[in-house]
Design a protein around this ligand. Structure first.
Ligand code: SAM
Length: 235
């Protein structure tokens, strides 16, 4: 990966960035994404936010090497604290972290999202946490994609302002992804079901405390939701 050639995962994130936007890429590491988008002439200006010194320095180096220091500002900051009101950021990207961490970054810094129209998120796990956050915070999911790269499956979620009333099924597997039902989507949930069944079997041999019973019931409920989705029985 470099500033001219992104991984398929980051290229998918980049494909959802609107033309001519002002971008904030949070957790930017080498600033690959903003540099790539600037190279392609796709964005006007960007903030690359990083909370760890090493990746912050790598991002600063890449921005300077590409001659973008006047258009991409690298900031050492925690989450959305990298964004200031005067930046007029319109699009936020957060990629390559767990869904729970992404959700906590959004929740902690939501006062920085005032001018933001689109948020593009690529959680490595637990996309459900992001979907729940979106509903609770006046965002809806306008698109979703799923892809396989190096035997790992990644989801990309695109949020815009709006209200939505998602079912348990939508929240778990994605309102857009379940309609598209790609092969990668089916493979992800078939894998997940095998893993859940393995855990359910193990829990059956454990002491049946209330917590164990609750865990089993939750997994069985999720198994039934996903089984119906894959069998096209869910509306
Ligand atoms: N976004 C890049 C990508 O998708 O390839 C880098 C992903 S890397 C696995 C996650 C990066 O997020 C790390 O550089 C880490 O330091 C940074 N990070 C984690 N928590 C953060 C936070 N609260 N604020 C800003 N950056 C954060």
């Amino acid at each position: 990966m470099n500033t001219n050639q992104l991984s398929e995962r980051l290229a998918m994130v980049a494909s959802f960035v609107p033309k001519n936007t002002v971008l904030a890429d949070i957790g930017s590491d080498h600033a690959y994404l903003p540099c790539y988008l600037m190279n392609k002439g796709k964005i006007r200006k960007a903030i690359a936010g990083e909370v760890v010194t090493g990746p912050f320095e790598a991002a600063t180096r890449n921005v300077e090497l590409n001659g973008f220091a006047d258009r991409i500002e690298v900031r050492l900051a925690n989450g959305l604290q990298a964004i200031e009101g005067a930046d007029n950021v319109e699009t936020v990207t957060i990629a390559g972290m767990g869904g729970t961490l992404i959700t906590s970054i959004l929740e902690t810094g939501k006062d920085r999202l005032t001018n933001v129209q689109r948020i593009i998120l690529q959680p490595n796990l637990h996309a459900i946490a992001i979907r729940k956050w979106a509903v609770a915070n006046g965002f809806c999911i306008v698109d979703e994609e799923i892809l396989l790269e190096d035997s790992k499956i990644y989801e990309v979620l695109v949020l815009e302002r709006g209200s939505a009333d998602y079912s348990k099924t939508d929240l778990l597997v994605g309102p857009v992804l379940r309609r598209k039902q790609s092969n990668v989507f089916r493979a992800k949930w078939e894998r997940e079901m095998l893993e859940w069944q393995r855990v359910i079997n193990a829990l059956e041999h454990a002491e049946q405390t209330e917590e164990i019973k609750r865990k089993r019931a939750n997994l069985q409920e999720n198994m039934e939701i996903v089984r119906k989705v894959l069998a096209h029985e869910e509306k």
